[in-house]
Design a protein around this ligand. Structure first.
Ligand code: CP
Ligand code: NVA
Length: 309
């Protein structure tokens, strides 16, 4: 059976843990794993902008001995002159895996349902599971583990990062609190899925409005842009309702004394997070960014292996 990662809960707790273990080994022995030697190619397709995802997949596939094919879909027929189903079928004849950043989750589901190789979500409107593997690796490194730790995500609780924190955090046995203004709360279906996962891992999930309640005594505080890609012209006020959710020294004062701060980047400095916090002693954002590389190498290796057995 071909294994995909379309949303965070496509990995069981044991599988997520195995991917993170492998990522740590790959980080410690950066050029010691070459499962794509041949080289086998991987298509990395972008319907939206990217810096980290694009470069970390490109470098990571090369480090695994493979050949990255990084493509902006605007210069192709992908999903426009050609159906996503046909594109998925064709690409599967060329490459070992497909990595896709796109808009609606229906688009990546359509590609995956017609692909004969693993499909990896490199960010959709609904989820950002590659980011979460990097974040969890970072939490492991800085907090000594994930199970039982409290992670607070504050800001746009309706966005892809919020959903991924709920699902992947619950899978890792964390206590996840997401807080956002009314109208920017998580999808109830995602919250329900995350709650069911948490019941089996010893974690918990809560959706809150009060940012102070969310970050109180937290081990990890995370945030993200208030305006995700594709939302620039949605007509909503994406500044005023979010001002109380800015990650600044005052809000961080309610968290645990050794709190770690995450931001997936790119950061809008002095909007969702102050430069003082981003560049301050609690911030681990550049370790987090580096860990995209290691986590994605491990994920690719895991999915290829799992799909061939
Ligand atoms: N965090 C993240 O996905 O960054 P990019 O949009 O630059 O890939
Ligand atoms: N929520 C953001 C994440 C960017 C990495 C977006 O979708 O634009």
């Amino acid at each position: 059976m071909i294994r995909h990662l379309l949303a965070d809960d496509d990995l069981t707790p044991a599988e997520q843990s195995a991917v993170l273990d492998l990522a740590a080994r790959m980080k410690a022995d950066r050029f010691g794993f070459t499962p794509l030697a041949g080289p086998r190619s991987v298509a990395v397709l972008f319907d939206k902008q990217s810096l980290r995802t694009r470069i970390s997949f490109d470098a990571g596939i090369a480090e695994l001995g493979g050949h990255p094919l990084v493509v902006d879909t605007q210069v192709t027929h992908f999903g426009r002159g050609e159906t996503l189903a046909d594109a998925g079928r064709v690409l599967s004849r060329y490459v070992a895996a497909i990595v896709l950043r796109t808009h609606g989750d229906d688009r990546i589901a359509e590609v995956a349902s017609h692909a004969g190789v693993p499909v990896i979500n490199a960010l959709t409107d609904g989820y950002h599971p590659c980011q979460l593997l990097a974040d969890l690796l970072t939490v492991r490194e800085h907090c000594g583990g994930t199970a039982g730790r409290t992670l607070a995500y504050v800001g746009d609780a309706a966005n892809n990062l919020s959903h991924s924190y709920l699902l992947a955090g619950a899978t890792a046995g964390m206590h996840v609190r997401v807080a956002g203004p009314a109208g920017f709360q998580p999808d109830p279906g995602v919250l329900d899925r995350a709650g069911k996962i948490a019941a089996g891992t010893g974690g918990s999930v809560r959706a809150l409005v009060d940012p102070v309640e969310a970050v109180r005594d937290a081990d990890v505080v995370a945030t993200d842009t208030w305006t995700s890609m594709g939302q620039e012209d949605d007509g909503l006020d994406r500044i005023t309702p979010f001002l109380p959710y800015q990650v600044n020294a005052a809000l961080l004062g309610h968290a645990g004394p050794d709190v770690k701060v995450l931001h997936c980047l790119p950061a809008h400095r002095d909007e969702e997070i102050t430069s003082e916090v981003l560049d301050g002693p609690h911030s681990v954002v550049f370790d987090q960014a580096e860990n995209r590389l290691h986590a994605q190498k491990a994920l690719l290796t895991f999915l290829l292996e799992a799909s061939s057995s």
